[in-house]
Design a protein around this ligand. Sequence first.
Ligand code: GLA
Length: 366
Amino acid sequence: MTPSFQELFGAPPEVVSHAPGRVNLIGEHTDYNGGFVLPMAIPQQTHVELRRRPDRRVRAFSVNTSKEGKVLEFELGRETVGRTWLDYVQGVTQVLRDAGHTLSGFELRVSSEVPLGSGLSSSASLDVGLLRALREAFSLPMDDVQLALLGQKVEVDFVGAPVGVMDPMAASIASQGVALFLDTREMRFERVPLPPGLDPIVINSGVAHNHAAGDYRVRRAECEKAAALLGVSQLRELSEAELPRAEKLPEPLGRRVRHVVTENARVLATVKALRSADLPTLGTLFYASHESQRLDYEVSVPEIDLLVGLAREDADVYGARLTGGGFGGSVVMMARAGTGATVASRIAQRYAQRSGQRPTVLVPQT
Ligand code: GLA
């Protein structure tokens, strides 16, 4: 039995907060290049319960990762990176202090429905859930965008995962059924509702990734190198007309640039297709994005390609693509309205037989 907050800490929580995971509809590996993204919240959330303490101790329990009721502890001001889930809590208290906010110690119980390493932003939903709980408990003056930016700092400066701003922004301000079109350079956003006639599907392949590890870091460094060679500060500044010049860069840089530049164009085209409910065009853009990730950006894996291939064979699916950081994780599909649940379980079943993996359908939620 999982212990309740009361059982762990002897008193009820003062604050309860939540933050969702996200699925990125399109715009992959564009956020750290100053480009466009289009995430949407998923129903799965991280839940945070919190109670202030009069001293400087933080005592934290995670339903997902703590063994046998084990409470982890640290002292405010003595945060040290240890590579466990407590790093997210320590990262949050450190970035809040660096930003000039004052906290006392607290007790914390965290539980999450967002599967770890699934490309659905489990860590950003944890960061944002923690920041929301602390904002409320200590009346910290910050708006939702400032909160998201602090969430990104937790990942980049403390945990050591050099991620962009998409995931904390999605966890902080996106909602279900409405895509969030975000220009990451200008930090401008618009809300784009999904048209009727469309059922989004999200299937976790069961192959987990880890962005603090090497591959994501390497892609990011390749983009920075390519930008420097092309004389721009971010790849966002390049248009499709400039691709012939970029394609002359030494391999694999030319292909990396081609992905980022064409992906930015695909995000803009997707927003248009959603607004005009042009579902066949939407589907074509999804498949093109997947091919670009597979061949030019090289962030897919065979299991993910299998899921996308099964979607292609299914007459009820408009389009499908790898979502999130890649090297495993999840696939997002768009299916005909009313077919989402049956299509998702049909594809998940075929995938399980062919791959030997254990997929899970996150959207639609059953
Ligand atoms: C991860 C990162 C994001 C983004 C995506 C790829 O989810 O956290 O910032 O770079 O990968 O689009």
